[in-house]
Design a protein around this ligand. Structure first.
Ligand code: ADP
Length: 358
């Protein structure tokens, strides 16, 4: 095969590809392979990387598993796979390398193609982390429950006062597991519906009233006053009422929990004729507390699942660490936004924006 034919064929492939002959000499490469392997062969991001044709594979890829897979494919005539770790820019990327033997007339070689599997790998890692986190979160209350059950069966069997105390703690721990499971279910329901745009008209003033009356007992228990500043005109937007209620509930409940006892929480709603973030008319709802505030260091990570500033305090308050992750997912589904601002010692504002039209 001639070089131009090889180049033409390789250029038609969607992934980076190299053609290699007998002693690991590269006889052809496409532009994507030149670019992918450029950092090892002197190319820069600005100029197209020089062709790798003519070079020896070992000088281009210094990862033994890839070289071995190419050799094995040549020797055995069977497809081989390997993993190539690239480092384009700063981000690490992972490629699945396919080595396919080629026999065309007299020509014997190996076609090496690179499939970018970084995203799939990152998703896998996220799933593994999530399962590990969930297991850990469930195990803590479960261990406590089992411990108390053992004590109730044994040493505390005949002690009514201890029994009473332990049952109260057990009820608490079971409640924690229950909240965690309901938050997990909410999260998976929101994710499952994420591609369906919500369309039911939601009366936002009504929704605020409903949400706050639902939270009445929680506010009362902490002696927190929730004040509202609402528009005079009704505001309606396309949404999923139950989900929007959950957003408001989570934000106001957090403001009550973390804002501190005997304090005031403010819910302010405003209609915006044109919001620069949404690029259309929208509604902004700010939930402000006057608690200790949040160190800016934590702000970017607050909506991650199970991210808590102070795990002990969150647990004490009955938190699952999923509230803000649920808020973020619901807002994404509604094409809305969440912005958190906070001054240490002054309090925090969780501000959401929702478009008036989908
Ligand atoms: P949790 O169930 O722990 O409350 P969230 O996802 O609702 O989980 O919140 C994540 C973390 O963000 C909380 O653990 C808390 O540290 C912090 N946080 C949330 N809301 C506030 C607030 N109003 N003031 C201070 N910290 C907050």
């Amino acid at each position: 095969m001639e070089d131009t034919q090889i180049h033409g064929l390789l250029s038609a492939l969607p992934q980076p590809a190299l053609l290699i002959t007998g002693r690991e000499r590269i006889v052809g490469s496409n532009g994507k392979a030149d670019a992918l392997l450029a950092h090892r062969s002197g190319g820069t991001a600005k100029t197209p990387a020089p062709s790798l044709a003519g070079r020896h594979l070992i000088t281009v890829i210094r990862q033994p598993s890839v070289i071995e897979a190419v050799e094995r494919a040549g020797e055995t005539g069977q497809n081989q796979r390997a993993r190539y770790l690239g480092s384009e820019g700063r981000a690490e990327s992972t490629y699945q390398v396919h080595c396919g033997p080629v026999a065309l007339n007299e020509f014997r070689g190996v076609l090496v193609t690179f499939e970018d599997i970084s995203e799939a790998e990152a998703n896998d890692q996220m799933r593994r982390d999530f399962v590990a986190n969930v297991s850990h979160e469930l195990r803590t209350p479960l261990t406590a429950l089992m411990g108390f059950l053992e004590t109730l069966k044994g040493p505390a069997a005949e002690d009514p006062a201890a029994r009473e105390r332990f049952l109260t703690i057990m009820l608490d721990e079971a409640g924690r597991m229950n909240r965690l499971v309901s938050d997990l279910l909410s999260l998976s329901q929101v994710e499952a519906a994420s591609r369906r745009r919500p369309s039911q008209p939601v009366n936002m003033l009504d929704l605020v009233e409903d949400t706050l009356s639902g939270l009445g007992p929680v506010a009362e228990a902490s002696n927190v006053t929730v004040e509202t500043v609402l528009p005079d005109q009704p505001v309606s937007l396309p949404g999923d009422r139950d989900q929007l209620r959950q957003v408001l509930t989570n934000l106001v409940e957090n403001a009550i929990k973390y804002g501190g006892r005997d304090n005031t929480v403010t819910l302010r709603m405003e209609r915006l004729t044109r919001d620069p973030m949404l690029r259309q008319a929208g509604v902004r709802i700010d939930v402000t507390d006057r608690g200790p505030g949040i160190d800016p260091l934590h702000l970017p990570r607050l909506t991650e699942r199970f991210y808590r500033i102070d795990s002990h305090r969150s647990r004490e308050m009955g938190g699952t660490g999923l509230g803000l992750a649920i808020v973020k997912h619901i807002l994404n589904r509604h094409r809305g936004r969440l912005k958190i601002t906070s001054d240490l010692g002054e309090g925090s504002t969780f501000s959401i924006r929702l478009p008036l039209q989908q």
